[in-house]
Design a protein around this ligand. Structure first.
Ligand code: BGC
Length: 250
């Protein structure tokens, strides 16, 4: 396993990065945060990566999380990013910037990997762990499903249709502030969403991540499911850590 790895988490609003001690699942030092460029074209993203690599004087492998479907390093979807990124092999572009082989995976899958290995999913990570559904609530809704500790990559459960709209536009983390919703109003929306997800996928455990999960106690009592539910423990840096762990495995 390669260690350490530079983890980069591309979000709709921020790009966060840090070298990661992959075996311990921990950041090395403080994360470096820059705004996601507007428009988020490949040239602008690569400029941001250059800044990050320079900031850490980095000369090693890179693992990156991206908010869309990623197959073999190529961007298939980009719901909250520039559509000009579609079909670009982001891993190859990052490879051109540093001499080590880099990897790119979906951002929610990255955060969920960190959570399963080092956070709330730890007890469900191996054989007998059942089905775990990790939902990250931020600019969009990210989803990640683990079966007996194995990731089924690139699920996009934030885009199921509800009352004629994409459900992430109704109940993502940012919607609470955007529509000035109370915890009860937003919590009830989340409950509707999670109940749909339970009906469709029957997980044994839900793990709720994303910045808003820090306020889990404020909305937990609006959620009524058969499955267990808990909040993520790894905090805002889970995406950086998981992206680095993934690259370290390759
Ligand atoms: C994207 C997902 C991503 C999620 C969280 C959604 O809009 O389609 O791929 O994981 O947002 O960033």
């Amino acid at each position: 396993m390669k260690d350490p790895v530079l983890g980069i988490d591309i979000g709709g609003t921020w790009i966060k990065s840090s070298p990661v001690d992959v075996s311990k699942g921990r950041l090395i030092g403080r994360p470096f945060k820059i705004r996601t460029p507007e428009p988020s074209t490949i040239d602008n993203l690569l400029l941001s990566f250059e800044k990050i690599i320079k900031n850490f004087s980095w000369d090693g492998p890179v693992g990156c999380g991206f908010p869309g479907v990623i197959k073999n390093g190529t961007i298939y979807t980009a719901a909250n990013m520039s559509k000009k990124l579609l079909n670009i092999n982001l891993a190859e572009k990052i490879n051109d910037l540093c001499k080590y082989k880099s990897t790119v995976i979906n951002d929610a899958d990255a955060a969920a990997i960190a959570e399963m290995l080092h956070g709330s999913g730890k007890a469900h990570c191996g054989y007998g762990g059942g089905v775990v559904l990790v939902i990250t609530l931020g600019t969009g809704i990210g989803s990640s499903i683990f079966v007996e500790g194995h990731l089924v990559p690139n699920t996009e459960f934030g885009h199921i249709e509800y009352r004629g709209m994409d459900i992430e536009k109704w109940t993502a983390g940012v919607i609470k502030a955007k529509e000035n919703l109370s915890w009860e109003e937003w919590g009830r929306r989340l409950n509707t969403y999670l109940q749909i997800m339970e009906k469709l996928s029957n997980p044994d455990l839900f793990i709720i991540g994303g910045g808003i999960a820090e306020s889990f106690d404020k909305f937990r009592h609006y959620i009524d499911l058969r499955a267990k539910i808990t909040c993520a423990k790894m905090g805002n840096n889970a995406g950086i850590i998981g992206a680095a762990i993934w690259a370290g495995k390759e």
